[in-house]
Ligand binder design. Sequence first.
Ligand code: AMP
Length: 394
Amino acid sequence: MNNYILVINSGSSSLKISLFDFSLKEMLISFNFQALNAEDCTLFANFKGKKITEKLPNFDHEKTINFFLNFLIDKKIINSIEQLKYFGHRYVQGGEFFQKSTIIDKDNEEILEQIMDLAPLHNPVNFKTFKIFKKNFPNGLHVAVFDTQFHTTIPIERFLFPIPYSYYSNHKIRKYGFHGSSYMYVLEKAKEYFKKKKLNLIVCHIGAGSSICAIKDSKSFDTSMGMSPLGGIMMGTRCGDIDPSVIEFIHQKTNKNLYEITNELNRKSGIKGVCELETGDFRNLISLVEEGNIQAEITYNMFLNRIIEYIGRYFFALKGEVDAFILTAGIGENSQKLHTDILDYLNNIFKENMELKHQEINGIKVLAKFKNFEYLVIPTNEELVIAKEVKKFI
Ligand code: AMP
């Protein structure tokens, strides 16, 4: 009887579930549910090379999971539910407790419950989804793979915030960093490409959530997100780094409480907030830029500037010794405008050494080669990294 690995990636209003066969050569099916608990909840699925879209109004996490499990049986993708034994749960924030992927046994379950407040937007929903799967598969092997685990190598002088030290010693307030599975995937691909084990990279994961990571000797050296995924560069709906006194000032001016303001910084800021759009979708922003909309152009320039500034910061932090600048995730992989605009900066600084390439090698796009480094696009695959992590425990 075949065995499978299920990878579960849950957000407050989205749920992605992917099924791998045991060889990990193939992702058999991937379901991406968006706008959970809302009228326009929609399933986007990839199944046998076909793309399926279906409206599922007001589906919550539990209904969604049941729908997925029934689909597997109805379409005879698996013969019986007993074939599902191995589960990889993407867990956003592992704090200092979890330095690597971990089987969620009774003890670890208690710790996960305790660190809920370290990432109030993400950990509770990750935990809730785990509990639903645990209820359906009490004897399954459930593994948590943390976004933060790749960043446990960041040195203390880089992960501390310049605030009273007691906040770190008493409450573990510090930078943790996120998108770890994505960086792990891109790093492995880069090692294959360069045929080198130790690499220095600046990787830009630019999607709905975005961050940048400086990788030194193939380990995370610094990253733009902080204690939560709200810090760093500007994102679809999140503000990234801002002057912290803005929060008190908004409160004084509007009487909004801390919860309301933080919610705005997470959900109503970034591209969506500055350009006053319905969503933070980058493609909408670019359409407006192309129509000549000034507010969209200002927003795009802000977005680009923040990326460039972090790239510059990490280029200096790595003392200029960089094997590659790499773009990944939805925007990073696909936006030619962003590719070109970053290239313009590189070209201006390193122009004498530039050799334009535009070739594709094993799925890696070479945008340009310079004397000492390359400028690449490497499509990410966080799900595969999580499935591989689960397999290590079997
Ligand atoms: P992700 O979070 O990695 O799924 O990325 C989602 C973001 O990628 C959204 O803002 C999309 O608008 C953006 N995106 C997806 N496809 C493209 C594309 N072809 N060009 C530009 N942006 C894209």
